[in-house]
Design a protein. Structure first.
Lengths: 210, 243
């Protein structure tokens, strides 16, 4: 499995399509924290909200990095779809976790308000949850669940855009609400459970679709 | 599924995509040694190869294959950014196998370190073959001679000797291999006044049903053609031709 993860990660980085979501992420993060972003946890809500669509986009990039034919070769070499889709999910989650770490560290360095270790870890946890939710949404609508990239983009975009106005009706809303009110809530943990379940479900649905 | 070394069993395998026509019907095949698939375009050769390799699941039926299968698609992608050496190294690590001297034997003449998108069609095909030949048990090869020069084609024949492989081959490179003609076993029945295609498709022995203007063409296994004809008449269809 490690060899497979390394191969898929190498293919993603060689393909360079990861640069677009990464640059959008870094650019918007830079703008968010270019001036006083407010109290520590409150400041995190903007970057956590940003991570959700960007990691969904990144997950689509990872899932579609190999074209259909090369993916078939990889499936035969690795011994089945479940191994390849699990490895792709691990690559997407690993990249998302690095992005979550960057988003959590950035304001600690640039925001004029001092951060305690506790606030940092709460922020890191919240960002991790948002990243997992994004990866789950991205994988759920990417190949092999949806065969066409047009449908994937439309579905991911629609779900991401619809998530924000639904507020506390969604796991993302639980996290952003907790950060916005400067309080740690158990709902963040539950949102994390939903995020992990969403990623796992995307792998299962993908395997069943093949 | 678990299998035993070097043999693929396909038992009563049928395949259709969604609610489309049957591409394969009730195919039973044991692949041991060299087996060549022949048949016209659209007879299900590539579909059968993908099922044997484990890429596609059959709609019905059972496939038993060994653990280590190598696969070469009909067309290897041309836009791969990774270099040939890097790609083969990754594939070797995934399979825990060494690439050996397959590329040299096939006369690979491209750059091993440049992106594979810069390779000629023939050299890209040699990389595709090299990754498949890492497999220890069975090879599944879809038109593997595509783009190869005559010397490489001869070398590939030599590399396949003594192995178990299911190969789609229009050009007759593997003269001594067992041949399976996917189209050769059909009886074609042309019908008119067909009420429902589903009822025809459900009949035992029917491999595919397709509409052609006002008529319907039904491909049937030879040993079931009498049964299908009788059932078609019972369903109210008119028979235009049987060949």
């Amino acid at each position: 499995m490690i060899s497979l993860v390394r191969y898929l990660a190498a293919d993603v980085f060689r393909g360079q399509r990861f640069l677009a979501p990464l640059l959008v992420f870094l650019g918007v993060l830079g703008m968010l924290f270019s001036s006083d972003a407010g109290q520590p946890l409150e400041a995190y809500s903007g970057s956590a909200a940003l991570l959700y669509p960007v990691t969904a986009w990144m997950a689509v990039v990872v899932a579609t990095s190999e074209d259909v034919v090369r993916r078939e070769i990889t499936v035969v070499s690795a011994g089945g779809w479940s191994r390849v889709l699990t490895a792709a999910a691990l690559v997407a989650v690993s990249i998302a976790l690095v992005m979550a770490l960057v988003a959590a560290v950035w304001p600690v360095v640039t925001n004029p308000h001092p951060y305690t270790a506790g606030q940092f870890f709460v922020g890191l946890g919240a960002h991790t949850v948002c990243a997992l939710l994004g990866v789950g949404v991205g994988l759920m609508f990417a190949r092999p669940v949806f065969d066409s990239i047009g449908r994937t983009v439309l579905a991911v975009f629609s779900v991401v855009v619809l998530t924000y106005p639904l507020g506390r009706a969604t796991p993302l809303g639980w996290v952003l609400d907790a950060l916005g009110h400067n309080q740690v809530s158990l709902s963040v943990l539950w949102a994390g459970v939903v995020g992990v379940a969403l990623v796992a479900a995307a792998v299962v649905v993908g395997v069943r679709r093949t | 599924m678990d299998g035993y070394l070097g043999v693929v069993h396909l038992d009563q395998v049928s395949k259709r995509y969604g609610r489309g026509p049957w591409v394969l019907r009730d195919l039973t095949l044991e692949v041991s040694g060299l087996v060549v698939l022949t048949g016209a375009n659209g007879t299900g050769k590539s579909t059968l190869l993908k099922i044997a390799a484990g890429i596609l699941k059959p709609t019905t039926g059972r496939v038993v294959r060994p653990a280590s299968v190598g696969y070469v698609p009909e067309r290897f992608p041309s836009d791969v950014k990774m270099s040939a050496s890097s790609y083969l190294a990754h594939m070797g690590r995934i399979r825990a196998a060494a690439a050996g001297d397959v590329l040299e034997r096939l006369g690979f003449a491209g750059s091993l370190t440049a992106p594979m998108s810069q390779l000629s069609k023939g050299n890209a095909q040699k990389v595709a073959l090299a990754q498949a030949l890492l497999a220890s048990d069975v090879l599944v090869l879809d038109e593997p001679w595509t783009g190869l020069d005559p010397e490489a084609a001869r070398e590939l024949v030599s590399l396949l000797q003594g192995r178990t492989a299911l190969v789609s081959d229009h050009e007759g490179h593997l003269a001594g291999a067992t041949r399976v003609d996917l189209a050769g076993g059909h009886v074609t029945i042309e019908l008119s006044r067909v009420v429902g295609l589903d009822a025809l498709e459900a009949l035992e022995g029917v491999r595919s049903v397709s509409s052609r203007g006002s008529s319907v063409q039904v491909l049937v296994a030879p040993d079931r053609s009498d049964h299908v004809l009788a059932e078609a008449l019972r369903l109210g269809c008119s028979v235009r031709s049987v060949r």
